[in-house]
Design a protein around this ligand. Structure first.
Ligand SMILES: *[C@@H]1O[C@H](CO)[C@@H](O)[C@H](O)[C@H]1NC(C)=O
Ligand SMILES: *[C@@H]1O[C@H](CO)[C@@H](O)[C@H](O)[C@H]1NC(C)=O
Ligand SMILES: *[C@@H]1O[C@H](CO)[C@@H](O)[C@H](O)[C@H]1NC(C)=O
Ligand SMILES: *[C@@H]1O[C@H](CO)[C@@H](O)[C@H](O)[C@H]1NC(C)=O
Ligand SMILES: *[C@@H]1O[C@H](CO)[C@@H](O)[C@H](O)[C@H]1NC(C)=O
Ligand SMILES: *[C@@H]1O[C@H](CO)[C@@H](O)[C@H](O)[C@H]1NC(C)=O
Ligand SMILES: *[C@@H]1O[C@H](CO)[C@@H](O)[C@H](O)[C@H]1NC(C)=O
Length: 817
């Protein structure tokens, strides 16, 4: 076994973080994957057209028939797909979100996904990234024979970097054509970050001379991945020095389990360096670009849980050093900008007070929502209680007096380790009174950590409070059990249980940041909040609601996009960027009130008026000039910058809806009545009934509540790995489903304001979200001023069969309604 034993250089995010915070953060992150030239992942058939299969109502049958039609009839595959068990029907809209995974020769295609949105037997829209070529005849026919996808990635990356940095300097008038210039330090940092990630991945060569035996042994490719993934130089060096010993130590056994919600046999591997749990491994196919098509290659898929990352990685079977795709289920908040000043640094800030600069603390009640949290915030059924060993088994419930409950486990984590169960939590006593001092004093650098530790009771209380309210709020907008929310017990309402959010306050693994790890439904999400050493006394991210909400929204968008069991849909590029943007947008929407103002992100924690993004969110183009085209600029291909553009677009779209529909001060829908029904009050539009006398879904009446609803429903409708276009179309379709398309033109006009009109386009996409973008300002013809009023969409009649034949076979082609 040969492994390059060059001195391993790992800079990556760790260096970037250190340079920017004055304090080492250990976390580094990787995320990329092949570009599918079959670019259009999402093919929306505009409501109300819909495709209806005669005689079939059951969404499983409709989905099955639809995929059979798309693939079996055309391509003649057998046994080529599985309808995933995390598919569900949305209670509010009645839309069934069906998720389909491609199988070939019984092997899962990890990026072969179809999501189908079905209502009343009709297919409303679908996204599709199935492999379309011939099925490989045997294992060898799908060997990866392309010369180094890694070399290609790094090359594309380097070229792109050069071109873009230069272009942006020229655009800014900072450099004359032909003159030499110094790359500004922030650009250099970006270049450095991406280059070193790319190179560290490619450098560890095992190669084809590794021997055929390694093809069927997942340990080699895994160890190769660990070399690239570990942020610890000494671990990487140790793997290089004692390679064979490590391989020999890695025991494995087989377990039955779910991968991407498909039931499979997995190999479980123990003693993998720098992991905190055994790694799950499984042979899969992945698609690599092949001209204008894709080809299938054999690969290993791993789930690797580390202290600071939780990776879903796909590595070539034939070339174990080639990492083909990586998604980190952990998402960072942005790093703080550099700080040059000497860096020394259920009594709560109530809902709506974004941070300590906006108001003082006061006593807030455990204001749980009886639909979202039927047992309140401190009670867990014993069967779902991870601490139940300590509880008398005769009781049904564990009633906690600490910050421990069905939705959230909140506690300190000064050690920065991954253990959490027995970490310190404030105890409110019998009366559940969490009233603690928060009175940090300015202090010098050496003792500012101790100063922060003095208010740990207050800060854990705040984190618990904010996280529970977000659980309840998102629940009421549709992030419920079947769609993959985070709860220990699901009250028999479907979905996978035992996945409350583990919330670490004052986490010792970093500074000036925060992150969230989202594994698939049924495994706990983990939120880590950090102190910010940007001021004296230190500022505590737990106390800035916007940062907490941003993090929790990663859990929301990751579980809703592509289905609860697929955490790999928002890994990089535009989709990864939107994963950041939704969090900023929701945090900003939650803090706003009826008097419009602009908002920066993270301004208090970062101790910086303009916040941690390039621009505050604003309707004023001078203050925030971002448009779709902005993604082409140097510095705009990290997920946070992409997310900033997306959040700004959504901010404008939301404001246009507010101008039309007004503003509701409290985003929480009315409390349910004793019988569980929800009174529309002034929050929802008056109840309407469909042709059969059944009440239609309740739709929020005001602009700010409506945009939150549309954004959440859009997440459910869009495809895995969505582009900006897909997400825009999904929001417009959500409006069609909920209001019959009442805001069709308002939405198009608002997206077009920011360059995301019908004629927007992107050419030459790259694995990291690059490409050349063109702003589009065109809206559908019906939406231009001199065009006739748009015709309201007719209400589709739920599928009465066109029974011209009683054949069980569907009629082909699809009946268009
Ligand atoms: C498949 O490839 C392996 C490794 O190159 C080789 O040992 C084996 O003989 C091949 N099998 C077939 C059927 O060609
Ligand atoms: C908090 O209360 C103090 C004293 O009551 C007051 O001076 C201060 O302005 C308040 N802070 C905010 C942000 O409202
Ligand atoms: C514990 O919580 C359950 C559920 O809310 C409640 O029925 C029960 O009375 C509580 N027990 C105690 C001792 O408070
Ligand atoms: C730092 O704080 C400690 C404790 O308050 C104090 O003794 C020391 O003089 C301070 N040092 C500086 C440089 O202010
Ligand atoms: C937290 O609160 C408990 C009482 O519930 C108290 O004993 C403890 O000293 C407090 N911790 C700190 C650091 O103030
Ligand atoms: C609305 O929000 C702005 C910005 O945070 C704030 O200045 C203003 O006082 C708020 N208005 C009300 C009525 O709370
Ligand atoms: C937009 O912001 C700029 C810069 O702050 C300001 O000069 C201008 O008046 C603003 N425009 C509007 C319409 O408020």
């Amino acid at each position: 076994m040969r492994l390059l034993s060059t001195t391993l250089a790992f800079a990556g995010l760790a260096t970037f973080a250190a340079a920017h915070s004055g304090s080492a953060s250990r976390r580094k992150t990787l995320g990329f994957g092949p570009v599918h030239p079959t670019a259009q992942l999402q093919q929306m058939n505009q409501w109300p057209i819909g495709l209806r299969i005669q005689n079939v109502q059951d969404p499983y049958e409709v989905a099955r028939a639809f995929v059979v039609y798309l693939y079996m009839e055309q391509l003649g595959y057998e046994n080529t797909f599985a309808i995933r068990s995390d598919s569900y029907t949305d209670k509010t809209t009645g839309v069934s979100h069906m998720y389909v995974r491609q199988l070939i020769n019984g092997v899962e295609v990890v990026d072969g996904d179809i999501n189908i949105n079905i209502k009343d037997g009709r297919v409303l829209s679908f996204g599709d990234s199935f492999y379309r070529g011939e099925a490989p005849t045997d294992f060898n026919a799908s060997m990866d024979d392309t010369p180094g996808p890694h070399a290609e990635y790094c090359q594309i990356l380097e070229n792109e970097l050069q071109t873009r940095l230069l272009a942006s300097e020229q655009a800014n008038g900072q450099v004359q054509l032909g003159s030499s210039f110094a790359v500004p330090p922030e650009h250099e940092a970006i270049a450095h970050l991406y280059h070193s990630n790319c190179e560290s991945l490619g450098a560890q060569l095992v190669g084809p001379d590794a021997g055929a035996g390694t093809f069927f042994d997942p340990r080699h490719a895994l160890l190769q991945f660990m070399v690239a993934a570990t942020p610890k130089k000494e671990v990487a060096q140790d793997i290089a020095d004692r390679y064979d010993e490590h391989i020999a130590n890695m025991n494995s056994w087989f377990e039955h389990g779910l991968v991407g919600a498909v039931d499979v046999q997995m190999e479980v591997i123990d003693n993998v360096p720098d992991t905190v749990n055994p790694v799950k491994a499984k042979p899969v196919y992945i698609q690599l670009p092949d001209g204008d098509k894709t080809k299938l290659v054999h690969a290993w898929r791993y789930e690797v849980e580390m202290e600071d990352n939780w990776y879903e990685a796909v590595v070539s079977v034939q070339y174990p050093h080639r990492i083909l795709s990586v998604v980190d289920w952990a998402s960072d908040s942005p790093l703080a900008p550099s700080h040059s000043a000497p860096v020394a640094t259920y009594n709560v800030f109530k809902w709506g007070i974004n941070d300590p600069s906006e108001g003082n603390r006061s006593i807030a009640k455990e204001n749980f929502d009886s639909l979202a949290s039927p047992l309140g915030w401190h009670v867990i059924p014993v069967a779902n209680d991870p601490l139940s060993a300590n509880v008398r088994k005769t009781s049904t419930y564990s009633n906690y007096t600490t910050t421990f409950g069905n939705n959230v486990f909140a506690h300190e984590n000064w050690e920065g380790q991954s253990s959490w169960l027995h970490n310190y939590r404030p105890d409110g006593g019998k009366g559940l009174e969490f009233d603690y001092t928060y009175d940090p004093k300015p202090t010098n650098r050496t003792d500012s950590l101790d100063e922060a530790k003095k208010y740990i009771n207050a800060t854990v209380t705040q984190l618990f409070y904010t996280t529970n309210l977000i659980h309840d709020l998102y629940y009421r907008y549709g992030f419920d059990e079947v769609s993959g929310n985070f709860q220990q017990h699901n009250f028999g309402r479907g979905g996978k249980e035992n996945d409350a959010v583990i919330a670490n306050a004052q986490d010792g693994s970093g500074f000036n940041n925060a992150n969230f790890m989202t594994p698939p439904d049924g495994q706990n999400g983990r939120c880590r909040m950090y102190l910010w050493n940007t001021a004296s006394p230190y500022r505590d991210g737990d106390l800035e609601a916007g940062i907490v909400i941003h993090e929790l929204s990663h859990g929301l968008s990751t579980r809703l996009t592509g289905g609860p069991a697929n955490s790999g849909c928002l890994g990089w590029g535009e989709s990864g960027g939107m994963g950041e943007g939704w969090g900023d947008f929701l945090a900003t929407t939650i803090r706003s009130n009826s008097t419009y103002s602009d908002f920066p992100m993270g301004a208090w924690a970062a101790n910086q008026v303009g916040g941690i993004r390039n621009f505050p969110y604003s309707l004023n183009e001078t203050i925030n000039p971002s448009t779709y085209k902005t993604l082409d600029k140097g510095g705009y291909w990290g997920v946070h910058a992409i997310g900033e553009v997306w959040a700004q677009i959504l901010w404008v779209v939301g404001q246009r809806l507010i101008a039309k529909h007004g503003f509701v001060e409290d985003l929480f829908p009315p409390a349910p009545l004793a019988d569980g029904s929800v009174p529309p009050g002034d929050f929802y539009r008056p109840v309407e009934f469909d042709a059969f006398g059944a009440p239609k879904p309740l739709v929020p009446k005001h602009g700010n509540s409506l945009i939150v609803q549309l954004v959440l429903n859009g997440m459910k409708l869009q495809s895995c790995r969505p582009s900006f276009f897909d997400a825009r179309d999904a929001i417009i379709q959500a409006d069609e489903i909920l209001t019959g398309g009442e805001n069709y033109c308002d939405l198009w006009l608002a997206f077009a304001e920011k360059g995301l009109g019908q004629d927007a386009k992107v050419e030459g996409r790259t694995p990291w979200g690059g490409g050349i973008r063109t702003n589009g300002f065109t809206v559908p013809k019906t939406c231009t001023p001199d065009a006739p009023e748009p015709v309201p969409s007719p209400e589709p009649t739920p599928g009465e069969p066109d029974d011209d034949d009683d054949d069980d076979e569907p009629d082909w082609p699809w009946a268009r309604q």
